[in-house]
Design a protein around this ligand. Structure first.
Ligand SMILES: CC(C)(COP(=O)(O)OP(=O)(O)OC[C@H]1O[C@@H](n2cnc3c(N)ncnc32)[C@H](O)[C@@H]1OP(=O)(O)O)[C@@H](O)C(=O)NCCC(=O)NCCS
Length: 169
């Protein structure tokens, strides 16, 4: 979408980010959290945004349609010396903005950033095996299947497998 602006968050965005995650949690069952189950409150979100300033291994990129958040993608890494080269990718695009290339642009930007940060050499993620849109998006960027966590998600009495996927930079 041409009118979408991609940018990093500032602390003023904290409320909007928490509201967005709590909303999309109810829109899709593919996220690890449900509606209103996003683990951060506004205060914690502010702290998280502050911790991203100058952070070499953690990033959030927002896709903005004017003042509205269309999607958010993140890479988070451990502080531990042995694992800080490994970033975990998370992404969600609100339903009304899906299928317009926003997810592709967000991941492209995350990978570019990770390649240039001087630390990250591997990106990993997990996704529900039946999340075909997400899986084909990741395959498009060169992620490979690394494993399968059987019955890892339980939703409405049904078990779902999770694929572990990874790419080396
Ligand atoms: C997965 C998700 C992030 C993709 O975002 P998006 O903005 O819709 O992605 P894009 O429009 O860039 O499409 C990316 C790819 O996804 C696949 N895709 C997207 N929409 C699709 C559709 N309706 N049918 C089939 N494939 C589709 C295609 O492979 C597409 O690549 P292509 O356009 O080169 O063919 C988005 O659907 C989403 O947020 N889903 C709910 C939350 C989620 O599943 N997050 C990931 C958890 S692991």
């Amino acid at each position: 979408m041409e009118n979408i602006i991609y940018r990093n968050p500032s602390v003023e965005d904290a409320q909007k980010i928490v509201d967005f995650y709590n909303f999309v949690g109810g829109e899709t069952s593919y996220l690890s959290f449900e509606k209103d189950e996003y683990p951060l409150d506004v205060e914690a979100q502010v702290a998280s945004i502050k911790s991203l300033e100058g952070n070499q291994t953690n990033i959030m990129i927002m896709a903005m349609d004017g003042e509205e958040i269309a999607g958010i993608a993140t890479i988070n890494s451990s502080h531990k010396i042995k694992s800080r080269h490994e970033g975990e990718l998370g992404i969600v695009v609100a339903k009304k903005y899906q299928g317009k290339g926003i997810g592709t642009e967000l991941i492209k930007r995350l990978i570019e950033w990770a390649r240039g940060n001087g630390v990250t050499t591997r990106i990993k993620l997990d996704t529900r095996a039946d999340n075909t849109n997400a899986v084909s998006l990741y395959l498009k960027f060169g992620f490979q299947f690394e494993g399968c966590l059987k019955n890892s998600t339980l939703l409405n009495g049904k078990y779902y497998d999770l694929y572990v996927m990874g790419m080396m930079l």
